[in-house]
Design a protein around this ligand. Structure first.
Ligand SMILES: [Zn+2]
Length: 395
């Protein structure tokens, strides 16, 4: 993916939400914010009067949609989650952090901190009352008698406390000091732990938060399905193009091996000529019996047919390069080799210089290969020498 393009997209998306604050005064401004703003339980109306300087000019109606449009990898770049720690979603790590929408999304992607749920041996330390978290609390039996996992229950190894993952992510103001949701609190008393867990999961506040959490999880899953489908479609297209190219290379090899000309007078498909040259005619013939080529001719964009004379020349050049490299590799293994140069007049009465190599291969057989032609400007020794130098430097 084109990273600079993505950065531009996110920059333009973010610019809508920028805070109109002079950064150099930000620390000082924050220090001057009245205490009642920091205390969420304080009188909200007086707090509101002090807030306008820091308000963000956001059209909230489109906020969710806009955030959903920000590419995932860019979102995660802008979020400070330390993935190098063993449990990056431990609520204790977010005591001082405001949970922004992208951060909630990123934490949901990571999932709840549940050490030991994967079968790994974990020791849960005892608290000051000599009690500890129990692994079996992750499991529950539903009313229909089905065993299942509590996907919400969090154990924080950093603080040796229990939390609720959905309530932690989607806590409302009334829940702010609630021990299950506030990372600076948590349930540290494990006495009657199971009863406390059951009581919490049956509470209305928990059910609302869990619903929000499940909706977000489903949305993330759907997003990744869409991305997965786009990647899959790209892979299929690449595979199809490779298959087409393989067939075109095989046809080119057939013509080259038999010393046949590739092109006709009128190769373009818009000319209704009876013969468009051997290369195109062979493509048409094979496409009658080959589904890949038939699909390619029927569906490809007229600028992406890979049939133009330039593509034909590219294929020929690539094949020539590969062939010469194979010959050179064999010569490197041979003990001796000879350079044979000569010239001959072509049909246009131009003198053509030819270079051939002769050597004995590792099986003791004499091999002689033509390497290239070059136009010779004159018949002097220096002309031969210069052209030979040029050919050798190319190969
Ligand atoms: Zn909860």
């Amino acid at each position: 993916m084109n990273q600079p393009a993505n950065l531009n997209t996110i920059k333009s998306t973010i610019s809508k939400y920028q805070i109109p604050v002079v950064k150099k005064n930000l620390d000082q401004d924050i220090a001057n914010v009245p205490n009642e703003i920091e205390d969420q339980s304080a009188n909200l109306s007086s707090a509101k009067n002090s807030i306008p300087k820091y308000q963000i000019p956001v059209d909230i109606t489109n906020l969710d949609q806009d955030i959903a449009n920000v590419p995932n990898e860019i979102q995660s770049q802008s979020i400070l989650i330390d993935k190098s720690v063993e449990y990056p979603s431990d609520p204790d790590l977010f005591r001082e952090t405001i949970l922004s929408t992208p951060l909630i999304r990123a934490l949901t992607e990571i999932g709840p901190c549940q050490p030991g749920i994967d079968g790994k041996h974990v020791i849960f330390p005892k608290n000051k009352n000599g009690q500890s978290f129990l692994l079996k609390w992750y499991n529950k039996i539903t009313k229909s008698n089905f065993p299942c996992k509590r996907n919400w229950l969090v154990y924080s190894p950093r603080s040796n406390k229990m939390f609720c993952f959905p309530c932690f992510l989607f806590r409302t103001i009334s829940q702010h000091h609630y021990q299950w949701s506030d990372p600076s609190k948590g349930v540290s008393n494990f006495r009657k732990g199971h009863e406390k867990i059951v009581k919490h999961e049956q509470s209305n506040e928990h059910k609302i938060a869990e619903r929000e959490y499940l909706i977000l999880r489903t949305r993330i899953k759907n997003d990744s399905t869409v991305v997965h489908n786009i990647i899959l479609a790209g892979k299929k297209e690449k595979e199809h193009n490779r298959n087409v190219l393989k067939r075109l290379i095989d046809l080119s090899l057939f013509l080259a091996k038999n010393g046949l000309p590739f092109r006709g007078h009128r190769e373009n498909f818009s000319y209704k000529t009876p013969n468009q040259g051997l290369f195109i005619e062979l493509v048409k013939l094979v496409s009658k019996y080959d589904a890949v080529l038939a699909k390619h001719l029927a569906e490809s964009n007229k600028n992406e047919t890979y049939l133009s004379h330039m593509i034909q020349n590219d294929i020929i050049k690539s094949m020539a390069h590969e062939t010469v490299q194979l010959i050179l590799n064999e010569i490197k293994l041979a003990k001796y080799f000879t350079i044979i140069i000569d010239s001959t007049i072509d049909i246009n009465k131009n003198d053509q210089f030819s270079l051939s190599l002769r050597f004995v291969d590792k099986e003791g057989k004499i091999r002689e290969h033509f390497i290239c032609f070059e136009e010779l400007p004159g018949a002097s020794a220096s002309n031969y020498f210069n052209i030979l130098n040029k050919c050798i430097s190319i190969i």
